[in-house]
Design a protein around this ligand. Structure first.
Ligand SMILES: Nc1ncnc2c1ncn2[C@@H]1O[C@H](COP(=O)(O)OP(=O)(O)OP(=O)(O)O)[C@@H](O)[C@H]1O
Ligand SMILES: [Mg+2]
Length: 271
């Protein structure tokens, strides 16, 4: 009979979690907006097929860090990133990196659902088209259907694929954006507060979806909701004033965090 003590079981689980393959890694990441420094020497590993939640009070640098992972900060004029960020060991800031290809490998879903002013079908087919992932109508149809299936939206839209994406409800629009992200077969999906514009029912659907997507993708999600972080993630990273103050298994983070600032934050003492 297996008589492992509770701590031994915990250790085994922990080892299992830490053994998940490394997908992305930030080393000594600093980010500046002009003169102002927003992140200080952040070291964070993102593991494969894991949901990593980024939490912390407003302005602590969650979105800033998230955007370093697919170089979305490049689109902000005075923003400068130092340190090293790797995807499968490769430095994504190396001059040889094609940023368009990088963003296909590391996709993003934003806070406000932002479908293109095009049909539902075109919203999903757009990425595969610009990346040359399908050769004919049948292949596009296949990608559109499977992406909408994966985003849990197919049954609701299969009879109205030619209607505008903007005509869907907010929750449906966000799932359409997830389908759009999934359509180019990314390896990592970044989500910045993907549920903050959704009602509780739509939020629950997206959370369920995140849970399912983890089997095939690596997910990093920024959230203000402790409950959401606890529900959807396996790893949690807590930011405070531009510093990564703690990173841990989500269960540990919410029951017995190591850092006082994490404790204060999850107890609602600030932020
Ligand atoms: N485009 C920008 N130009 C200048 N400063 C910026 C810019 N974006 C963010 N900052 C600053 O960088 C710091 C971190 O901001 P960031 O948006 O990453 O925080 P956050 O943790 O995502 O906050 P929130 O929870 O409110 O979304 C803040 O002080 C913010 O004012
Ligand atoms: Mg933010």
């Amino acid at each position: 009979m297996n008589m492992l003590s509770e701590t031994a079981v915990e250790k085994v689980l922990e080892r299992k979690m830490t053994n998940a393959a490394l997908k992305m890694s930030g080393k000594d990441v600093c980010v500046f907006y002009g003169e102002k420094q927003a992140l200080y020497n952040v070291n964070l590993d993102i593991r494969e097929n894991t949901v990593t939640a980024l939490i912390g009070p407003s302005g602590c640098g969650k979105s800033t860090f998230l955007r370093t992972l697919n170089r979305m900060n490049d689109t902000i004029d005075n923003c400068r990133v130092t340190g090293r960020i790797s995807l499968d060991q490769d430095d994504i800031y190396d001059p040889s990196i094609d940023v368009v290809e990088l963003r296909a490998r590391v996709g993003m879903v934003f806070q406000k659902p932002n479908p293109f002013p095009k049909s539902i079908y075109e919203n999903v087919a757009y990425g595969p088209r610009i990346h040359g992932l399908a050769r004919n109508k049948a292949e596009f149809d296949e990608i559109v259907e499977s992406s909408l299936q994966r985003a849990g939206l197919w049954n609701e839209v299969k009879d109205r694929l030619n209607e505008p994406g903007t005509g869907l409800s907010g929750g449906q629009q966000q799932r359409l954006c997830i389908a759009r992200a999934v359509a180019v077969s990314p390896e990592v999906i970044l989500m910045d507060e993907p549920c903050s514009a959704l009602d509780p029912i739509a939020t629950a659907r997206v959370e369920e979806l995140i849970h399912e997507l983890r089997a095939n993708f690596t997910i990093v999600i920024v959230t203000h909701s402790m409950q959401q972080a606890a529900r959807v993630s396996q790893r949690t990273a807590m930011f405070h004033m531009g510093l990564l103050v703690e990173e841990n298994d989500t269960d540990k983070m919410f029951t017995n965090p190591d850092d006082q600032r994490t404790q204060d934050y999850i107890m609602g003492r600030f932020g």
